[in-house]
Design a binder for this molecule. Structure first.
Ligand code: FAD
Length: 316
């Protein structure tokens, strides 16, 4: 039996196509409290019925909210068209057929604990280093937008947003984020993994998780005004959002600095002492294992690096 048809309860008021495969969907639910019904970092469920192939029924998927809870008007989602879907009824293929004014389903409640309150805690003074690949920037854009709507003069210098994409045009919200750099001290760097001759890109290149490897970590420390070796859980907490590769490699790169992932089975596999607080949090968009914690060839070196990192921290 295919999933039951959904009753549409929201309108796509505007879509903004950043590229062929990256679009901002601005969705207005029929019944919604004016503002403040979710926390930055949370997601909603969007859904559609497959009208061209009714035998497939409906499909629903989680999508992070990019607009701030304080913003009146539609809810913004930043969505990638998945060209090689895993299911036979991919939501993104239905969403891409929508035009402004079309109807869809949006569960009128938000969910998720990838929020500042539920991760580092609202009062934590450390740098909030936000690592995003592709549309994984959505929850972070929501967080900084929310800060600014509460206080347009807010000092955003403890937010560090590292955003990776294939091409410069894939770096969604870039102009808005650059404005926050200039006006509010946001630390934001986009990095492009496939720069092309003539695309005018003069910024960072390579994948976003590369910021935490070798000389690039030393460079990041310089940019953040930290002394060499000071990029540590005492100074920063890490929030990552996106696909498995970004999350897994960021964790792997940062074990030697003593960053502890907030994941019970990974902590156990990596031999993290129960009292060591988590300092690396993530929201994963796909279902691949982040790190193969059953493979000793993967886990053993990480375990040793993390133990050394934690020992250095407790001695410092
Ligand atoms: C909490 C949460 C929040 C999410 N927020 C967003 C969001 O803000 N924007 C967004 O674009 N997606 C987001 N996703 C992913 C989204 O839910 C879907 O998995 C994705 O849109 C693909 O759905 P589909 O039905 O088109 O394809 P399906 O055939 O259902 O394929 C799903 C599979 O596609 C792969 N996939 C998922 N996302 C991507 C991606 N971005 N790029 C490449 N491959 C991918 C994964 O392997 C996933 O298992 C989120 C997922 C979760 C769990």
């Amino acid at each position: 039996m295919p999933p039951k048809p959904l009753v549409y309860n929201a309108t796509l008021v505007e879509r903004v196509d950043l590229t062929d495969a990256l679009t901002l969907f601005r969705v207005l639910p029929d019944d919604r409290p004016a503002t403040g019904w979710f926390t930055p970092g949370q997601y909603c469920v969007l859904g559609m019925n497959n009208e061209a192939r009714p035998e497939l029924g409906s499909v629903r998927r989680s999508m992070s909210i990019a607009s701030a809870p304080e913003a009146p008007g539609p809810i913004e989602f930043y969505i990638r068209y998945v060209s090689k879907p895993e299911s036979d009824n991919p939501l993104t293929h239905l969403l891409w057929k929508l035009r402004d004014g079309d109807r869809l389903y949006m569960r009128p409640v938000a969910a998720g604990v990838f929020t500042i309150k539920d991760t580092v805690g609202d009062d934590d003074p450390r740098l909030r280093v936000m690592v995003a690949a592709g549309t994984g920037s959505a929850p972070f854009v929501c967080m900084v937008r929310s800060e600014l709507l509460r206080n347009p003069q807010a000092d955003l210098s403890r937010y560090v947003l590292l955003h990776g994409a294939s091409y410069p045009s894939d770096l969604g919200h870039r102009d808005e984020l650059q404005g926050m750099v200039e006006r509010n001290g946001l630390r934001y760097w986009g990095t492009v993994s496939r720069p092309q001759a003539g695309d005018g890109w003069t910024g960072d290149t390579g994948r976003v998780e590369g910021f935490f490897a070798g000389d690039r970590l030393a460079d990041l420390e310089r940019r953040l005004g930290l002394a060499p070796g000071e990029f540590l859980p005492t100074r920063a907490v890490i929030l990552i959002c996106g696909l498995q590769g970004t999350i897994g490699t960021t964790i792997t790169n940062l074990c030697q600095r003593g960053f502890v992932p907030d994941h019970k089975r990974m902590r156990e596999a990596l031999g993290v002492p129960a009292e060591a607080p988590a300092t690396l949090f993530y929201e994963q968009y796909d279902t691949e294992p982040v790190i193969d914690i059953k493979d000793p060839a993967v886990v053993d070196p990480l375990k040793a690096q993390l133990a050394a990192g934690l020992a250095r921290l407790s001695g410092s």
